[in-house]
Design a protein around this ligand. Structure first.
Ligand code: DGY
Length: 338
């Protein structure tokens, strides 16, 4: 930390796995929200207002209003790779570096996507219920017939690290993989196609784009109608990318054979969601990165980002590195050569 003689104040919106927060206590006045749910908005606003650093999660909304009320805040670190809950433009405009956790959750999230593809294709959740409900009378040749992944075509929407990791695993399972990225990208072993072509040709579609103004509602009613009849959709990215009402309708009508969602427009999923009554739909509670090893790595990286930011050093993973250039320009303008 800079030698100011004053320990920086940090608010962490949740307890985190691993020893990162304990290490932070040696350097900062650390306040950790003690409950298991997110701090209410008024608590978050008040804590941000008295803090130099904020360590948050994807369920904490960090917007311009929060930043306006937090004049001493100089570092933001989110224990997530996705940053759609943070107003990055507003943070950048205020010179606040924003840390996040790419890389460490790639394999874990890709594994869940493959797990969900298999779960839907082979009707695993339905079969589990069938056994538990005592409905299994005998082995029969047409009991719980599903679909093979091998030989089928998978369309990967978004070819960032997680999308590529899913493509790699799908290839190993014998799938033919099509890929689409907003900014075209060559990826070995994968056939690059337009989004309409991907939707029209894929037996399975897996979503891996970040949620941005451009991707919000990307898979709306029109896009879902372009999917092959009987296709399956998996989304482990962000809920806002898929129109949930249109998906529920496509499942109800049988136009799509199945889907699996780990992420939702509103989390936790509201009781009135049409998804809860849609058939052939596997639902999981945003657990893409939820392994002990990965969540510990995410927490460690989030703490490392925060510590670097408080020291005025570049973060290991900063989502708006332009803030450092801005600060450098300001120092130069002041004639400060350090
Ligand atoms: C993230 O970090 O953005 C993931 O959604 C958590 O699983």
């Amino acid at each position: 930390m800079p030698e100011t003689g004053v320990r920086p104040r940090v608010f962490a919106t949740r307890r985190l796995p691993g020893s990162g927060l304990a290490a932070l206590r040696d350097e900062c006045d650390l306040e950790v929200w003690p409950e298991s749910g997110a701090p209410p908005r008024d608590v978050l606003l008040a804590a941000a207002a008295r803090s130099d650093g904020l360590l948050c999660l994807l369920s904490d909304r960090i917007d311009a209003a929060l930043l306006d009320g937090a004049p001493r805040l100089r570092v933001l670190s989110s224990c997530s790779v996705g940053l759609d809950h943070v107003d990055l433009v507003a943070a950048t405009a205020r010179g606040i570096p924003v840390g996040h956790t790419p890389g460490v959750l790639t394999d874990t999230t890709a594994e869940l996507a493959i797990g969900l593809l298999l779960a839907v294709a082979r009707r695993v959740v339905e079969a589990d219920r069938f056994v538990r409900e005592g409905r299994w009378r005998e082995w029969s040749p047409d009991l719980m017939l599903g679909r093979d992944l091998s030989g089928a075509t998978l369309g990967v929407i978004g070819l960032g690290a997680i999308g590529r990791a899913v493509a790699q695993r799908a290839e190993a399972l014998g799938m033919h993989v099509l890929g689409w990225n907003r900014t075209p990208r060559e990826v070995a072993g994968l056939e690059p196609v337009s989004l309409p072509e991907l939707l029209a040709r894929s037996d399975f579609v897996s979503v891996h784009v970040a949620l941005t103004p451009e991707t919000r509602g990307l898979l709306g009613a029109a896009a879902l109608a372009r999917m092959r009849p009987g296709a399956v959709l998996v989304n482990v990215a962000r809920g806002g990318i898929v129109d949930e009402a249109a998906l529920a309708a496509a499942l109800q009508s049988g136009r799509l054979a199945g889907a699996a969602l780990d992420v939702f427009a509103h989390e936790p999923l509201p009781e009135a969601s049409p998804l809860l009554t849609a058939p052939n739909l596997v639902l999981t509670p945003h657990i893409g990165s939820a392994s002990v090893r990965t969540r510990t790595r995410m927490a460690d990286l989030a703490v490392a980002n925060l510590r670097a930011g408080l020291r005025g050093e570049p973060m290991p993973h900063c989502a708006n590195p332009g803030v450092y250039e801005g600060a450098q320009r300001a120092r130069k303008a002041r004639g400060d050569t350090t």
